[in-house]
Write a protein that binds this ligand. Structure first.
Ligand code: ATP
Length: 775
């Protein structure tokens, strides 16, 4: 190191030391006040009932008691909130103590004499007087300089102004445990050295934050706060998920007085992915947003009443099922039901329904119809049909609730009630005795006591039996949506060009599934959409921002539906059309296809540089797909991918197991054996587990661990591994499976091996032989 560099390093370390002193002082002070607030809260909890005035004598007293309890509860929750905020701040301080910052820029504002030194970390730190910034939060407006410029003319935007000037210096640090481990002076964008350092590491079971090395084009996505729809089309490993996570952190910071993590929702591809990204935001001192898979939403809506297919089952069908007529009919059906034309047809159908009757279900008790579907239909039909369907449904609901009340009263004298009383539990009798005593004011009157008890018991029996009926009515279960959706397929539709050629087959398949209460994945969203048109669903108003990762796996219909569920929400979609593994085999549209994105104003970004894999792996994988030339690898080198050929009689499992051992010997901790389907994964796992402590990843798996994981491609989505072994390239034969093979191969960070049980996949034919080693 040159003398100047050494001096700079010394000076920077001194600054780090002084910052740590400041942090320690602050932490001591906050610890003290936090424990004061904590003991305050404890004291309030202890003496809660002593400090409130409890008096139920008169109506006025009751109201006063109520107010007094409310005040005390508010005081307690305010203290608890303050305490939990303080705990959070202390956690942030401890993060800062370990690594106070990662960057510095020296900025000279035009027209000013002095140069401002800006140090960037995961949170703001002020000096003792709370006047000067010792560390700027990476999300502060001024921090944008670090991500967007190299030394030379630079500017940043505040709420109101654009500040111009010049950047005199840009420096990056790797600080661990309060010690500077590396320091780079960077000229162009965020230095390659620092990225090299980060990307060369082993894969982790949890995603990491990238705040120190966010690239300029990623920064634009993270800081875009004006567009209501942001669409990111980025190649595999280009940092889409990373950008999404830092964007959540950015929005939470920028709008900290308006939104919280409760107001942001991320749709992720599978439950495993949820745990993969779960630590990024806490690492940045923020709470995790709401997270769900779309399937989780669907299955909550359908409940136990139906058998609901999930996308993974649909995928298995697409890959495994015999390619006969029924298969191709279903492919057509999936393709059509994915599109907005189908949604339009359902809209027309709903419009038509507005002038017709609907199909209802009788409300039954003890196998008799208490209120018959005919009566419900008659009441519905009597309503003015200029009232919207959802509003008429509400009127029917009110009418039914009233009707049920009357019926319940009438039922009390029925014979079955008397019979059921005899089978009641001891506790029920005891309760009824207590109730009748209460009414009596303690006095005894055996004859009337008996009557009253009987009365009370009948009421209880009837109430219990009617409760599910009341609940069903409140949840609008008296509408037979299944039949209504089924009728849609029974009716003749005008033969617009929108209707596919083999519509009859689609209808037949759909009706047969519905008759069996089976909801195929392609029917799930249209079914709920129609249900919501009829019932009128209240939209979610608390979510203000929805993120959809792996957006290429959503159909235009699903996206339109999600928009309907979150009408007040901004949207960020992130995906890669080359990883559209669901629409690959069906040719169905995805929301990332240019033509499908007709959703009004949007800001679109393209990420073509990829960071996950070595240059050698990227050069190989980009030849697996059409238009792969535009994918730019980051300059990190490693061994070329290896294609292992098979010879007659060679033991495939033995070969796989030897390879795993070799990769482990090379120090790779996170090795994936990626298979085409769940079925193939299971059989591979049986073999791998004989020699290794391996784990089979299935659709319900919630977390993944370091070690050897055997996983079907569609569950490895979004995740990365040190080394990937494609278990059997022979399984990928059809051009429709290109994207699947590409997705599997792009999971590798450092090493990629492709094995084949029999012949090599023909999809590898087009790859330049120079780009891999053949053994
Ligand atoms: N600016 C960056 N600095 C450091 N690492 C980065 C950066 N951008 C991306 N990475 C790393 O590259 C890898 C891939 O990122 P990420 O998973 O976000 O990509 P993706 O586009 O979502 O990939 P895919 O579509 O293949 O799932 C991760 O290890 C991530 O940490």
């Amino acid at each position: 190191m040159e003398e100047k560099q050494l001096k700079d390093l010394e000076m920077e370390q001194e600054r780090v030391d002084s910052i740590i002193e400041e942090i320690d002082k602050k932490a001591a002070k906050w610890n003290e006040s936090s424990s004061d607030v904590g003991s305050d809260a404890l004291q309030i909890r202890k003496t809660f009932w002593e400090d409130v005035t409890v008096n139920f004598d008169e109506a006025d007293d009751v109201a006063e008691t109520f107010t007094s309890i409310k005040q005390q509860a508010a005081l307690l929750s305010e203290r608890e909130r303050t305490q939990s905020q303080m705990v959070k701040q202390l956690q942030t301080l401890s993060h800062l103590r370990f690594s106070p910052y990662f960057g510095r820029v020296d900025f000279k504002e035009d027209g000013e004499n002095g140069i401002e030194r800006i140090y960037l970390g995961i949170a703001t730190l002020m000096d003792e007087q709370e006047e000067n910034f010792l560390i700027y939060d990476w999300r502060a407006p001024i921090s944008g300089l670090y991500y967007d410029y190299s030394p030379g003319p630079a500017q940043y935007k505040t709420e109101t102004d654009s500040i111009e000037g010049s950047m005199e210096l840009k420096r990056q640090f790797v600080i661990k445990g309060g010690k500077i481990k590396a320091m780079f002076e960077t000229g162009v964008t965020i230095g390659d050295e620092m990225l090299q350092e980060v990307l060369g590491n082993n894969a982790d079971t949890q995603m990491k934050t990238i705040v120190a090395t966010i690239q300029k084009e990623q920064n634009q996505i993270i800081r875009n706060d004006s567009s209501s729809l942001v669409v990111v089309q980025g190649v595999a490993g280009s940092g889409k998920t990373s950008a999404a996570m830092q964007r959540v952190a950015y929005l939470l910071y920028k709008y900290r007085n308006i939104i919280t993590s409760e107001n942001i929702m991320l749709f992720s591809p599978n439950p495993l992915f949820n745990s993969y990204v779960a630590t990024v935001l806490p690492e940045l001192g923020e709470e995790n947003m709401q997270q769900a898979t779309f399937q989780e939403y669907l299955s909550t809506r359908f409940g136990a009443e139906y058998e609901l297919e999930d996308p993974f089952e649909q995928m298995e069908f697409l890959l495994e099922a015999e390619k006969n007529d029924a298969y191709f009919d279903r492919i057509d059906s999936i393709r059509f039901k994915a599109g907005l034309e189908f949604k339009k047809l359902l809209d027309q159908y709903a419009e038509k329904l507005a002038t017709e009757t609907l199909v209802f279900k009788s409300l039954g008790l003890n196998k008799r119809a208490i209120i018959s579907k005919k009566d419900i239909a008659a009441y519905y039909d009597s309503l003015d049909n200029s009232i919207s369907i959802p509003n008429r449904i509400q009127l029917v609901k009110e009418w039914l609730l009233k009707g049920l009340k009357k019926k319940a009263k009438a039922e009390m004298s029925q014979e079955w009630v008397e019979k059921e009383i005899q089978f009641l539990e001891k506790e029920d009798y005891l309760e009824s005795f207590k109730q009748s005593q209460k009414k009596q004011g303690g006095a005894h009157d055996t004859f009337h006591d008996y009557d009253r008890e009987q009365q009370w018991l009948s009421e209880m029996v009837v109430k219990r039996r009617f409760k599910p009926l009341f609940n069903a009515v409140k949840r609008l279960k008296f509408i037979n949506i299944r039949a209504i959706y089924m009728n849609f397929f029974k009716e003749a539709h005008s033969k617009t060009e929108a209707i596919p050629k083999n519509w009859a087959a689609t209808c037949e398949q759909s009706i047969s599934n519905l008759e069996n209460r089976y909801i195929a994945y392609e029917d799930a969203t249209p079914f709920l959409y129609l249900q919501d048109l009829i019932e009128g669903r209240k939209s979610n108003t608390s979510i203000r921002h929805v993120f959809i990762d792996e957006a290429q796996d959503y159909t235009p219909f699903q996206f339109a539906y999600i928009k309907m569920l979150f009408p007040y929400s901004k949207m960020t979609l992130l995906g890669d059309i080359n990883q559209a593994i669901y629409s690959g085999p069906t040719g169905a549209q995805t929301i990332l296809a240019e033509s499908a994105l007709d959703f009004g104003e949007k800001e679109q970004y393209r990420l073509t540089k990829t960071y996950r894999s070595t240059k050698q792996i990227v050069e190989f994988t980009r030849q697996l797909i059409e238009g792969g030339d535009m994918i730019e690898p980051f300059n990190r080198t490693g061994p070329k991918p290896v294609i292992v050929t098979s010879s007659e009689g060679s033991d495939h499992i033995l070969k796989t197991n030897e390879l795993i051992s070799e990769l482990q010997r090379l120090g790779h901790k996170n090795i994936a054996v990626i298979c085409k389907t769940a079925k193939e994964s299971k059989s591979a796992f049986e073999g791998v587990k004989k020699a290794h402590d391996a784990r089979l990843i299935e659709k319900g798996t919630m977390t993944f661990e370091n070690g050897v994981n055997v996983v079907p491609t569609y569950l490895a989505k979004g995740i990365e591994f040190d080394a990937v072994i494609i278990y059997n390239s022979s399984s990928y034969t059809r051009t429709e499976e290109r994207k699947l093979l590409y997705t599997a191969c792009t999971r590798a960070m450092h090493e990629l091996y492709i094995l084949s049980e029999v012949e090599l996949s023909p999809l590898l034919d087009d790859v330049d032989e120079q780009l891999y080693n053949l053994v």
